[in-house]
Ligand binder design. Structure first.
Ligand code: AMP
Length: 210
């Protein structure tokens, strides 16, 4: 699934993967786990993430390749969330999945002004990752309704990092949309609607691609 930061890729991918019984592979979540665990790799990645920059291709390719060769992905399939984001990543993914490449690319399309508001109002649980917003906070004092951990603003949801991330999306990631379209693999779904309506449209696109 491809789309601007804040388009709702994380929640839609997680619903889709659960419905299909396949792995949800989010490079952002993998990186955030490494940051939380304080590994050397996490400390290095965090420098890029906090600025809103992309983590270097070779680093991301290493973790994605390692994950995709595992039995669940190889035998059953997977939903990729937040990958590929650059030409080098898209080409490496094609090679990895040769000869067919990816089966379907969903472009979750949301206008920039909407994602700007979503990102700046977004708050996330430090325990389970559940997403809230300043308009829909947890029921008690920024403590997660599901797991009780603190709910905070992501370090890369600051105004400077948000504008850097959206600029990078336009420059580096959005050209992949026409590339996948030319390959006949792309379905664009407007994401600025009710969550369940978007999820239903995604499910239809996936069914027709099967
Ligand atoms: P996300 O949660 O998908 O917005 O990812 C958060 C941050 O992780 C991004 O702003 C990047 O710094 C980094 N990141 C996630 N996926 C990638 C990727 N495919 N390539 C490079 N950096 C990535």
């Amino acid at each position: 699934m491809i789309g601007k930061q804040g388009a709702g890729k994380g929640t839609q991918c997680s619903k889709l993967a659960a419905a299909l019984g396949i792995a949800h592979i989010s490079t952002g979540d993998m990186l955030r786990s490494a940051v939380k665990a304080g590994t050397e790799f996490g400390i290095m990645a965090n420098e890029y993430m906090e600025r809103g920059d992309l983590v270097p291709d070779e680093v991301i390719l290493g973790i994605v390749e390692e994950r995709l060769v595992q039995a669940d992905c190889r035998d059953v399939g997977f939903v990729l969330d937040g990958f590929p984001r650059t030409w080098a990543q898209a080409i490496a993914l094609d090679d990895l999945l040769a000869p067919d490449g990816v089966k379907l690319v969903i472009n979750l399309d949301v206008p920039t002004e909407v994602v700007l508001d979503r990102l700046s109002s977004r708050r996330v649980c430090t325990g389970c990752g559940r997403t809230y917003s300043i308009y829909k906070p947890p029921s008690s004092d920024w403590t997660c309704d599901d797991c009780g951990h603190e709910v905070i603003q992501r370090a890369d949801d600051t105004p400077e990092a948000i504008s850097r991330r959206l600029a990078l999306y336009d420059e580096v990631t959005s050209p992949l949309i026409s590339w996948y379209e030319a390959k006949g693999k792309l379905v664009t779904i407007p994401g600025d609607r009710d969550f369940n309506d978007v999820a239903a449209e995604i499910a239809v696109a996936v069914d027709s691609a099967k």
